[in-house]
Design a protein around this ligand. Structure first.
Ligand SMILES: C[S@@+](CC[C@H](N)C(=O)[O-])C[C@H]1O[C@@H](n2cnc3c(N)ncnc32)[C@H](O)[C@@H]1O
Length: 338
């Protein structure tokens, strides 16, 4: 199916969720951005197609996507922008006006159906399949990865972009999944905790892999806010999942879990708090995200400082780092308790 041509209207640099939706649709070849009508001149260009209203609307297109209050002379809702276009000689545009949400609904439904299929395949995978990097990679990449600019602009092949996907570098997360699917963990992880689950995607995949190795296990999903997508449908496939929202690691203080994944408050104090509450009690595997995430440096040193200290505290254990961008971004740190 040919990509629909889109003119964005009023997209701002700070509109992260709208940008991610548009990146997802664009990178999956569902849309092509042909023009980006400015919010105001001082705002950063996002798709490098900045035009005036007249020039943008002159380029053939299927949709005008209203991303927020529009360019300075046309602030308002979808209806108000449509009215403005009608009043200003662009009446043929009115039927093309929509917003990002309308455009992404079909994409979401399609992806969510696929996600359930991937999870079913993970829980029923043979040993040969789950240990095969290509087999596992195909499932994890197509499950849906959140389209951060850096990832969406420099994509790894085979990735489906979705704002209900995981907030991880695909190859790093695949490394972690392969590590967890190793036979030495089979039947040995009885209880798990993930602090900071957001949409649930990382928990769903990790829990599916651990559940395959031990159907009796419990995977506690902890967050301060409920952003989970299709939890009930996933729980039918991965019964180990337990929603603990709203909660923080403090609600589980001093409890020992076989597997502990910390990806919540990325300030140094937040990360160390989670480590002190549950991380240091992990009995087999302890994982941190964003160990190279320098965007949190301003938060009293953030996760980079936290990870350096935790590595020192855990130096008697085996430490592994999964990283594609060791100088500046993301990264998963694994402490395997000896
Ligand atoms: C980066 S997201 C988690 C991403 C998820 N692990 C994934 O890979 O898809 C961080 C999450 O941590 C949650 N969070 C922030 N502070 C928290 C806290 N003190 N305790 C628990 N969750 C927290 C946020 O609400 C957010 O959903």
């Amino acid at each position: 199916m040919a990509a629909k041509k889109v003119v964005t209207f009023g997209l701002r640099y700070k509109d992260f969720s709208r940008q991610r939706n548009l990146f997802a649709l664009r990178n999956n070849s569902e849309i092509e951005i042909v023009a980006e009508i400015a919010y105001d001149d001082s705002d950063e260009e996002i798709f490098f197609k900045r035009t005036s209203i007249e020039e943008g609307l002159a380029i053939p297109h299927d949709y005008v996507i209203v991303c927020g209050p529009g360019p300075s002379m046309v602030k308002g809702s979808v209806e108000e922008v449509a009215q403005w276009l009608s009043d200003n000689g662009f009446s043929e545009e009115v039927s093309k006006v929509t917003n990002v949400t309308n455009l992404t609904m079909a994409h979401f439904e399609q992806i969510q159906t696929h996600q359930l299929q991937v999870l079913k395949e993970l829980v029923t995978a043979s040993d040969a399949q789950i240990h095969d990097r290509n087999w596992l990679g195909e499932r994890i990449y197509s499950y849906g990865i959140n389209p951060f600019f850096k990832l969406a602009k420099d994509p790894e092949p085979g990735v489906t972009w979705s704002t209900c996907g995981i907030l991880q570098v695909p190859s790093e997360f695949l490394d972690l999944c392969l590590y967890l699917s190793d036979d030495r963990w089979k039947g040995r992880i009885d209880n798990a905790i993930e602090v900071g689950v957001w949409r649930g995607a990382s928990s769903y995949i990790l829990a599916a892999i651990l559940y395959r190795g031990n159907p009796q296990m419990t995977y506690n999903m902890v967050d301060i806010y409920d952003g989970l997508v299709h939890f009930d449908a996933v729980k039918e496939i991965v019964p180990s999942l337990k929603k603990c929202i709203p909660n923080t690691s403090a609600d589980f203080a001093e409890r020992s879990f076989d597997f502990c994944f910390i990806d919540a408050d990325h300030s140094y104090d937040g990360m160390m708090g989670d480590y002190m509450n549950v991380g240091r009690y992990a009995s087999k595997i302890l994982v941190f995200h964003d160990i190279f995430g320098h965007e949190y440096d301003h938060l009293n040193g953030g996760t980079v400082r936290g990870w350096q200290e935790i590595k020192e505290l855990e130096k008697d254990n085996k430490i592994t780092e999964f990283t594609k961008y060791p100088d500046f971004w993301m990264g998963l740190g694994v402490v395997e308790k000896q």
